[in-house]
Design a binder for this molecule. Structure first.
Ligand SMILES: C[S@@+](CC[C@H](N)C(=O)[O-])C[C@H]1O[C@@H](n2cnc3c(N)ncnc32)[C@H](O)[C@@H]1O
Length: 308
């Protein structure tokens, strides 16, 4: 029987063939299918894209009779500085992915910045998100553009943000984690990736798991005057300041750091820990811990050590 469902069939989106629309040669372009699914899933009549790149969103919208405003830094619109020109019912945003290697820097590789400067009177390299080499700075600018677009969105409207992660020197730089998520987080669709340049990369480390997906984050705006958002932040917390660490962890960490030490020395090292502050019997706790776990041993010298 024919599947009459429209839009996404599940939270996994897979389209091995790119399909037509936009420019397949524009680096980092996306497949038209995901935009079509986004439109049809929610019955959209209007969808804007202010970083339209090779024009995929525009082509899909025109084919489906969906209106919108479609532009890009290369077409005279700067998301970091300009006012959103319309009142968008919905937005599709496919920002540049953070790229430390400088492989895709749009204003260097995909178009000639001189032409843009001549035509629109600004140097696109100054606002091109793909020019930002520092991860934190990239996130900050990216989030500024996310919030600006969300603020312009009509009540009840949706913003779909297509993004991907970068793996660099054993660390995952995840746009999904780092991006600001204003409004209601309605859905995350995992998009399987095909034919990416990284497929041809020979990875040096055996522990590397090749990245094979992107995400479409779908946000919905419920309230016109509220710009609440979720964001991931890094909290620096030393063991000394934590109340969640166990006595065993504290003793093990000190012995690992200090080597074999006497009980008195151990007390001195641990005294400043927040965990000791509210406990008048913290010395008894340490002695109890040393005898309870066989990962600690007492040497003939009387010093305590961490067993190998
Ligand atoms: C991943 S590409 C979009 C690709 C597009 N979805 C397609 O299928 O061709 C990201 C786009 O963001 C644009 N961009 C970068 N910085 C921008 C800014 N400050 N304002 C507007 N667009 C920007 C780039 O010029 C690039 O075309």
């Amino acid at each position: 029987m024919e599947d009459k469902r429209k839009g996404f069939t599940s939270t996994l989106f897979s389209s091995p063939e790119r399909g037509t629309g936009g420019k397949a040669g524009y680096r980092g372009n996306c497949c038209p299918g995901i935009i079509e699914a986004f439109i049809t899933q929610y019955g959209m009549k209007y969808l804007s894209d202010y970083a339209v790149g090779g024009g995929t969103t525009k082509d899909v919208c025109e084919r489906l009779g969906v209106k919108g405003f479609w532009t890009d830094l290369r077409l005279g619109f700067d998301l970091t500085k300009d006012e959103i020109p319309d009142i968008p019912e919905n937005i599709f945003y496919h920002p540049p992915y953070w790229n430390m290697n400088g492989k895709i820097v749009y204003s260097n590789t995909e178009y000639d910045w001189r032409e843009v400067k001549e035509r629109y009177g600004y140097d696109p390299r100054e606002s091109d998100l793909s020019q930002i080499a520092d991860w934190e700075q990239f996130l900050q600018k990216l989030n500024q553009t996310v919030m600006k677009q969300y603020a312009a969105l009509e009540r009840g409207g949706r913003m779909g943000i297509l993004m991907g992660d970068i793996k660099k020197k054993g660390r995952l730089y995840s746009m999904l984690f780092g991006i600001a998520k204003p409004g209601t987080v309605e859905q995350v669709v995992i998009k399987q990736q095909y034919h990416c340049t990284s497929d041809r990369t020979a990875y040096r480390s055996d522990s590397f798991i090749p990245l094979a997906h992107e995400y479409l984050l779908i946000l919905r705006k419920e309230l016109p005057f509220t710009l609440d958002y979720q964001i991931t932040r890094t909290v620096r917390l030393s063991m000394q300041d934590s109340l969640s660490v166990t006595w065993k962890d504290v003793v093990a960490a000190v012995l690992k750091e200090e080597g074999n030490i006497s009980l008195q020395e151990l007390y001195t090292c641990v005294e400043g820990f927040k965990k000791c502050k509210g406990n008048p019997f913290w010395k008894e706790k340490i002695r109890q811990t040393l005898y309870r776990y066989n990962c600690f041993s007492k040497e003939e010298s009387g010093c305590w050590a961490l067993c190998a």
